[in-house]
Design a protein. Structure first.
Length: 343
């Protein structure tokens, strides 16, 4: 892409909020990524800090307490850095290597000690041991029901990225829009991030409500808004690396239209999906009035995610460094040790 495409206005009627513990989260995140080994080289550190994941956590979890906000920022760092490995690194070009890394992560999530031993195992890849550190800090305070749901979502996220996306890259496939929309909610780890609303707000959505058609409709609409918005703002970065897993590009490719028309079409779809969420949340609250105590704060969390993600996507230097797409080559920012055993 030779020139940036103008982004039309996207409907987002939710209030701008920033968690008051944002600076503490930024500071702790810098310390944790150094200590745990996620970011080591100076070139990687500079790029990582430009993304400002501490601020991202602060705008999507604006009501989290200080300790929970720090944990959320750490989760974001892990999710984005692993995603970079799968999208831009050699592991994303090898189904065998990707499956091996995912298997190691699954073992952590299924461990009876919630990853405590794996967190300090020097023989594990850093991507696995750092997940263990996150899991030992997250799982013990959660219900069994929540842990099962979260593990299912994280496994589906990793499996879809490591197998479906990687397979498409290897075979040169541009997925159709209908398939992509469903898969994107997994590769974007947005179900995982929505699950974390329960942790920061101290909620436990009953399974009968969570699995209901009304809850699913509201959740999927909110997830779509987040994922499609991310695709809008990350388009130039992703296309500069040859990435095809982006809704704007998919609409352009399969629709035979120019990039600006595709961008306009997706932005219109994001706004329509936001309106769908607003209708769906009312249906959900009417269908389950006995669960309002947990649904009201959970829906507020979804709203914060849709607004905060838009605010972060508009300003992060991950997508807009000094007004230009980050054209750093993957070898300049990927940490090879993340996915290598025996570090």
């Amino acid at each position: 892409m030779s020139a940036a495409i103008a982004v039309p206005e996207i409907l987002n009627p939710f209030p701008y909020q920033v968690n008051p513990h944002v600076e503490r989260a930024r500071s702790q995140l810098a310390e944790w990524t150094r200590r745990i080994g996620l970011v080591q080289r100076e070139s990687s550190r500079e790029r990582f800090e430009r993304a400002d994941f501490g601020w991202f956590a602060a705008v999507v979890y604006p009501t989290a307490g200080a300790r929970h906000l720090e944990l959320m920022a750490d989760w974001f760092a892990w999710l984005f850095l692993v995603d970079d490995q799968l999208d831009d690194g050699a592991v994303g070009q090898s189904l065998e290597q990707a499956r091996e890394v995912v298997q190691g992560m699954r073992a952590v999530l299924e461990s009876p000690d919630h990853g405590a031993a794996a967190a300090v195992d020097p023989q594990l890849p850093t991507a696995v041991s750092s997940l263990a550190d996150l899991w030992r800090r997250t799982a013990p305070g959660a219900t069994v029901q929540w842990r099962r749901r979260f593990v299912r979502h994280l496994e589906e996220c990793l499996r879809t990225a490591a197998v479906w996306e990687a397979g498409n890259r290897i075979r040169g496939i541009v997925p159709d829009a209908e398939t992509y929309v469903v898969k994107r909610r997994h590769t974007g780890a947005i179900y995982v991030c929505m699950d974390l609303i329960d942790i920061v707000e101290g909620l436990d959505v009953p399974e009968r409500v969570y699995s209901s058609a009304e809850f699913t409709a509201a959740l999927n609409a909110a997830c779509n808004v987040v994922c499609w918005t991310n695709d809008v703002y990350s388009l130039e970065k992703e296309r500069s690396l040859g990435e095809v897993h982006n809704l704007v590009y998919i609409v352009q490719h399969h629709g035979g239209i120019d990039p600006s028309a595709a961008m306009a079409k997706v932005c219109t779809a994001v706004s329509a999906e936001t309106e769908l969420f607003l209708a769906d949340e009312q249906v959900l609250l009417r269908a389950h009035p006995d669960a309002a105590e947990v649904l009201v704060p959970y829906l507020a969390g979804m709203r914060s995610w849709m607004r905060g993600n838009l605010d972060w996507s508009r300003r992060t230097k991950r997508y807009h460094p000094a007004g230009q797409v980050d054209r750093a080559r993957p070898q300049e920012y990927l940490e090879a040790e993340l996915v290598k055993a025996g570090r």
